[in-house]
Design a protein around this ligand. Structure first.
Ligand code: 5GP
Length: 117
């Protein structure tokens, strides 16, 4: 664990407010503060042990599966069941928060966004 806690850990603990759209034993989800699609939800493991999806897949594949299951469930509720799931991995790929998280994106994406195209 780094001494500097991530912004997402502060959301998990309630120090930073967020509207929780899902809250399981190990995962939370809330709207991105700077949405880049009509639906833009972050799905975040409560632990900050894993910095990116590669570490998460290697260290706790069941937790990665839970992130994806929560994404599916939220997509059924918010995007008609079809969605894009993005894990930015590394600063040059656009990652700014090094506490693993999935971006659930639904609806038409704006130009020059996470879609990358
Ligand atoms: P990354 O760039 O690391 O893939 O994604 C981090 C995301 O976290 C960004 O899309 C950013 O808008 C979002 N974000 C950063 N700080 C906050 C916050 O305090 N609240 C919420 N809801 N989203 C945040």
């Amino acid at each position: 664990m780094s001494e500097e806690r991530s912004v997402f850990s502060k959301i998990v603990s309630g120090e930073i407010p967020a509207t929780l759209l899902a809250d399981t034993e190990r995962v939370i989800a809330f709207p991105d503060i700077a949405p880049q699609a009509p639906v833009h939800i972050l799905i975040v493991p409560k632990t900050e042990e894993y910095h990116n999806v590669v570490e998460l897949a290697a260290g706790d594949p069941d937790l990665l599966a839970e992130v994806i299951a929560v994404a599916k469930s939220l997509a059924e509720e918010h995007t008609g069941g079809e969605f894009r799931l993005v894990f930015n991995t590394g600063a040059s790929a656009g990652q700014t928060v090094f506490h693993v998280h999935a971006h659930l994106l639904g609806g038409a994406l704006a130009e020059g966004t996470l879609a990358g195209a």
